[in-house]
Design a binder for this molecule. Structure first.
Ligand code: PMP
Length: 286
């Protein structure tokens, strides 16, 4: 991804894509002092762009990274990148991190807080699985408790176990890994939230130990608007066998049906998953 034409916004100005670099003694690279956003622009409009900018600022606050830019300035930076690259359908990555400079220890309050925005064309996170149904491995790692790490932040450090779990899943031919949380409840996938359907009603894990996705919140609203009951609650893995449909939600994943979890649990790509995928597609393009 580093050898491309195009512009990236860095610390207030557009720079050449290939020149958007950081020093190896960057605090974030050494100590994971970094938060980010993944957003999508559909037909020239960023879906929930302001909510993503606000979440970035809040994620930063949780990591003691005070954003040097307010939500208006971050929105303007995203618009500038899309315009400079002539993009109307794109994935947008906004990243804020503690840079290099004065200090090299864990404590580095004097180092600058930096912010960058890049955008590129990115298909569905699950590729063909979006249509055929994803197969999920059960992750060996657990989502940690909110008093162990700030689980509400979209922070790079929380993705360490996502990468190793997704690598392990892919090595088994799966599309992704499904995490349980520290208590043993069903939590989320590596970059998407999970929903289940039974008897026409929807069940989704309570977002008390993982990212309450903007897509998740959107989908809950769409379901309730359609009169579908949505139960946000603690779900035990033993209940998975009883669900009829399963789907994942996320900015990159959009709505992706799940065909199988682990070795034993299979799901049909049924009417609720299809209806909500179509409704989401209409909404993001409206
Ligand atoms: N959980 C994790 C760990 C994620 O990375 C994402 C993607 N940001 C989600 C859930 C879904 O969040 P959103 O719908 O806001 O993209």
């Amino acid at each position: 991804y580093d050898d491309r034409d195009g512009k990236i916004w860095m610390d207030g100005a557009l720079v050449e894509w290939r020149e958007a670099k950081v020093h190896i003694l960057t605090h974030a690279l050494n100590y994971a002092s970094s938060v980010f956003e993944g957003e999508r622009c559909y037909g020239g409009k960023i879906f929930k762009g302001r909510a993503h900018s606000e979440r970035l600022i809040e994620s930063g606050r949780l990591l003691d990274l005070k954003s040097p830019y307010d939500a208006d300035a971050i929105d303007a930076a995203k618009a500038a990148v899309l315009q400079a690259n002539g993009q109307s359908d794109a994935y947008i990555r906004v990243i804020m991190w503690r840079g290099s400079g004065m200090d090299m220890g864990v404590s580095a309050v004097r180092n600058p807080i930096r912010l960058a925005v890049a955008a590129w064309e990115w298909g569905n996170y699950y590729g063909d699985a979006k249509w055929q149904g994803a197969r999920l491995d059960i992750a060996k790692w657990k989502r940690p408790s909110p008093d162990t790490i700030p689980t509400a932040a979209k922070a790079a450090g929380l993705y360490m176990i996502c990468t190793i779990s997704k690598h392990a899943a892919e090595a088994k031919g799966c599309s992704d890994a499904l995490f349980m949380d520290y208590r043993g409840y069903v939590a989320e996938a590596t970059a998407a939230n999970v929903f289940f359907v039974k008897d026409g009603e929807v069940h989704t894990p309570l977002a008390d130990a993982f990212l309450n996705g903007i897509t998740r919140q959107t989908v809950i609203g769409l379901l309730r608007d359609r009169g579908v009951a949505v139960h946000e609650r603690h779900i035990l893995p033993a209940e998975i066998a009883g669900f009829e449909e399963c789907f994942l939600t996320g900015t990159a994943a959009e709505i992706t049906p799940v065909a199988q979890i682990g070795e034993d649990w299979r799901f049909r790509i049924g009417p609720v998953s299809r209806d909500i995928a179509a409704a989401y597609e209409r909404l993001v393009r409206s």
